[in-house]
Design a binder for this molecule. Sequence first.
Ligand code: ADP
Length: 580
Amino acid sequence: MLRLTGENRARASADLSRYIGCDQLVLFVRDSDTGVLIPAPGFPQTLPPGGEWRRFVDACDSEGRSEGPLPSPATGALLPAIGRRVDDGAALVVVGGHVDQEVLESLIELLPLVTAAIQLERRASHEIYSAEAARQAATRAEILASSLYSSQRGLEKALVDAERARARFAFSAEAHALLVSSLEADELLDRLAGLVASSLADLCIIDLSKSEDAQLSTTARAAGSSLPEHLSLLDEYVDSAPRKTAVSEVFQSAEPVLISHVPRCGAEVPAHLTPAQELHATRLADLGGCSAMLVPLRDGSRCLGTLTMISLHPHRRYDEDDLSVACDLALRAGLAVSNSLLYVAAQAGIRAREEFLSIASHELRNPLGALASSLTVVELLLERSSDGTVEALRRPVGIALRQVDRLTKLTENLLDVSRIASGRFDLQLADMDLAASVAELVDGVREEASRTGSEVTLVAPGPVVGRWDRLRIEQVVDNLLSNALKYGGSGPVTVSVAWVGEQARLVVADEGPGISQDALERIFERFERASAAPRPEGLGLGLYICREIVEAHGGSIRAESALGRGSAFEVRLPLIPAPD
Ligand code: ADP
């Protein structure tokens, strides 16, 4: 604190040194007789011998500033020093320490007032003026002094405000990083309560309404680390009826409540509190609370719960600025909670869908199997019969059989997708010859190929034996072959199997209309179909399942194609799948 009346100036000089952060400070004023800058009253009058100080102060007077080491007036040790001309009649020299430049600049702006007051006081004491003039000079000095005093108080308050703003900003940044770090609401709120209780408050409680009945339940609570003894009290307080009523009032109204001063026993209760909040304030006082904020946890439109911050220290009284920080935090926390709840709902939806897929495809498979067997029996009976009417039934029965076959494949695909999604996709590894399997499958589709007008050529120079899941690998080959026949525009299809280095390589190539570049990037994903292909007739699952099978073997699958230039699907398999 800086007081300028003569007797206080020595203390003011020590206070100022602390304030600026230097070890010592000397204010110089111009001697009206000699015109030389001399130490002002109240500052050290005897400076270390050797002339360094004189040269330093003269340089400061002529140049406006000087810097360099100076012997300390207290110890004589050489210390870094800064000199600044204040106005024509004064200069300030600060020595040693860690000087806060901003504070120094603000002080230099104020010092002309100080030096003017000192000059007036000096003249008055030298009886240069009449007694009346001296009285006026003293009054003027007092006015200047108090003006400087309030300026300094203002500066101090600005510094405190700046520090609080910095702390709030740092807190907001930390809270923001925390709130986007996870999609788990309970974990997030737990960590958030901990953060609040270690920075903005001593106690933090978060109540959330997760159910449709809008009942609040306490999801997270935390106490500052220096107050563990309050934890037991906190439990009692959290479960108390006045607190519950107060938070549900905030939850219902979505309006924040600020209790800057928790009224002590018998003290007047703030007028803005409702009867429920009044009761709660009494409960807070029992807990030892000094100040509190109850803010709604909102996600923009809905109120999801409440956030309570309690200060147990008289020096931390919440104000409107704190309330707006708390409201902003609660809004961001509300959005994070809302996202988390949506995520949980989406996950539940996905699980329900996978479950449905699994059940539906299982349930479909059995009647389809029975239908296929019955139709096969009817087909056999029809083949043996020579009755004319029966003859007419052969075609529709053949169509029905092919449709049942298609339906069975679709159902199997759905079942595979649900197996993949639930991680139940196991491989039964055994030695197999890929070339022999492919040859069998190619033979199997020749009839269908001749129906569509395609010719299928197999290029397999020798056995390609590896340790794979036969049924699954055959499923891949079958899918690629039937795609080539379905989408290959009735052109020739070439299938080749060979070793390339350490890997088996299977290529199924057709000369059909091909696949556009953008579709090429999607067709291995679930439910993706390329619109350029003629008559896409499946669910867009075949290639997805192929990729899953191949990758489960440690292999890869890719497609090369361009519109109008046919397509080639290449599968590569390692000799033995690498263990997981
Ligand atoms: P689906 O099981 O529905 O046939 P796939 O996953 O096997 O689906 O194939 C995805 C899409 O890729 C198909 O809808 C088709 O548009 C395209 N496609 C696959 N193979 C070929 C091919 N040989 N030529 C042109 N388009 C193809």
